[in-house]
Design a protein around this ligand. Structure first.
Ligand SMILES: *[C@@H]1O[C@H](CO)[C@@H](O)[C@H](O)[C@H]1NC(C)=O
Ligand SMILES: *[C@@H]1O[C@H](CO)[C@@H](O)[C@H](O)[C@H]1NC(C)=O
Ligand SMILES: *[C@@H]1O[C@H](CO)[C@@H](O)[C@H](O)[C@H]1NC(C)=O
Ligand SMILES: *[C@@H]1O[C@H](CO)[C@@H](O)[C@H](O)[C@H]1NC(C)=O
Ligand SMILES: *[C@@H]1O[C@H](CO)[C@@H](O)[C@H](O)[C@H]1NC(C)=O
Ligand SMILES: *[C@@H]1O[C@H](CO)[C@@H](O)[C@H](O)[C@H]1NC(C)=O
Ligand SMILES: *[C@@H]1O[C@H](CO)[C@@H](O)[C@H](O)[C@H]1NC(C)=O
Ligand SMILES: *[C@@H]1O[C@H](CO)[C@@H](O)[C@H](O)[C@H]1NC(C)=O
Length: 354
């Protein structure tokens, strides 16, 4: 803060001393007082100096610049019996007194900082209170920067820096406040957050400062590009797979599709009896199943960025004991269950009912 400007004690200190002091001044004469929490204003915003403990039957409220209540430094006054307002020499055009005696300053400026004295006239006596108003400038949003923008999940660390002169900094990951834990460390000066192994849920980072109480300022969200997977590899096939076996009749059409959670989109490869198929892509269609297309299939899912690969494997067979018995495998609506043309025949084949 600029030391050439007039300064007031911070309201947190003032709150501690509130009952006795405001800006080093005892409010000795009075029952009335200026709410210490109202003695902090933000440049450009409305400030209200709140008068407390005001008894009934007020004849006049007047507000003055400085520590005494002379006519030369009067800002504005309000006379309840006649409902009239009067401006004084220190009136800037932005001040007014509310019907409860509080001083309102619109579009507060930094040079509104200083002492203010309220006088309340009850006809046969007056009460006074002085408080020191501090107008502060809301600092800019803090800046944020990370030393990597594209990272691999569970492999790469990232360090984010909060650009601010504030000393209290909070960190947010995916809009949730975080503290140091086994996955991340916040530096002792609070300005650096290190995530030791970034996960896909750590995409958005923000820092926040609160140099003026109750006026937190949060940085723009910083987005990390996190590559992850493949995981959750799943097979979808036209025929159900039971215990790794897809039973299909010769001549039938077989669809096989692999799915995985991965960023970026993975590459898919297929092998049949251990040999790489020339077909690639997530989906394979065998229009009319031939004998030589029986055997072991493997779908391999590969993420070139994380350099991880996963596979799922199954065997295509002609239906075993059941072929003569004309068992049909039909997909039910859920796509999982088998339905049998004549279920009574197969009650003792538990695997078919799974
Ligand atoms: C007003 O207050 C100042 C100090 O802030 C003091 O020097 C001056 O004498 C006071 N004037 C009156 C009329 O009380
Ligand atoms: C203060 O506000 C009242 C209305 O609430 C208005 O009538 C009055 O003129 C204002 N006084 C000044 C000095 O702006
Ligand atoms: C306060 O600052 C404003 C500009 O922000 C200026 O116009 C005004 O004259 C100043 N008032 C005093 C009392 O210095
Ligand atoms: C307010 O008045 C007190 C007591 O006279 C003085 O110490 C302080 O510097 C004044 N504050 C400002 C900002 O003028
Ligand atoms: C002031 O006047 C009111 C009535 O207007 C009265 O109740 C009160 O006792 C008086 N106070 C003093 C200190 O004379
Ligand atoms: C980012 O900072 C962390 C923590 O200091 C460090 O381990 C990592 O190597 C840095 N990453 C890059 C890309 O410089
Ligand atoms: C921090 O303070 C210095 C010196 O007062 C200033 O040059 C710099 O711009 C400030 N940085 C921020 C982020 O406010
Ligand atoms: C793959 O193996 C199955 C038996 O395990 C066999 O029936 C099929 O002919 C084989 N096909 C190829 C192309 O090797």
């Amino acid at each position: 803060m600029d030391l050439s400007r007039p300064r007031c004690r911070h309201w947190r200190e003032l709150v501690l001393l509130a009952s006795l002091l405001a800006c080093g001044i005892r409010q000795v004469y009075s029952q009335i007082s200026i709410d210490p929490e109202s003695l902090l204003g933000i440049k450009g915003f409305r400030t209200i100096l709140v008068l407390q403990n005001v008894p009934q039957d007020v004849q006049e409220y007047s507000w003055h610049r400085g520590t005494n209540d002379t006519a030369e430094n009067m800002i504005v006054s309000y006379t309840p019996p006649s409902e009239t307002w009067q401006s004084g020499p220190m009136f800037s055009g932005r001040e007014n007194v509310t019907r409860t005696g509080s001083l309102v300053i619109r579009r507060s400026a930094l040079n509104d900082t200083g002492n203010y004295t309220a006088r309340v006239d009850f006809g046969n006596r007056t009460e006074k209170a002085t408080g020191c108003l501090s107008i502060q400038e809301l600092e800019n949003k803090p800046g944020i920067w990370a030393n990597a923008s594209s990272v691999v999940e569970y492999m790469d660390p990232v360090a984010a820096i909060c650009y601010t002169n504030a000393t209290n900094v909070n960190w947010y990951v995916e809009y949730t406040q975080v503290s140091s834990n086994d996955r991340m460390t916040i530096s002792p000066d609070l300005k650096t957050l290190i995530i030791h192994r970034v996960s896909r849920y750590d995409k958005t980072l923000q820092c926040e400062t609160e140099s003026i109480p109750e006026f937190p300022r949060r940085s723009e969200p910083l987005s990390l590009s996190v590559d992850y997977g493949p995981d959750n590899v799943q097979l979808r096939t036209s025929h159900s797979i039971l215990n790794g076996i897809l039973s299909a009749e010769i001549g039938s059409q077989v669809h096989m599709e692999c799915k995985a959670t991965s960023r970026p989109s993975p590459k898919y490869h297929w092998t049949h009896n251990g040999s790489l198929l020339s077909l690639s892509g997530a989906k394979i269609i065998l229009p009319s199943l031939a004998w030589e297309q029986m055997g072991r299939y493997r779908c391999i899912v590969e993420n070139p960025m994380t350099q991880l690969a996963m596979y799922r494997e199954f065997q295509i067979q002609v239906p075993q004991s059941c072929c003569e018995q004309r068992l049909l495998h039909l997909r039910s609506q859920s796509g999982q269950r088998l339905s049998l043309r004549n279920p009574d025949l197969y009650v003792d084949q538990p695997s078919l009912h799974q």
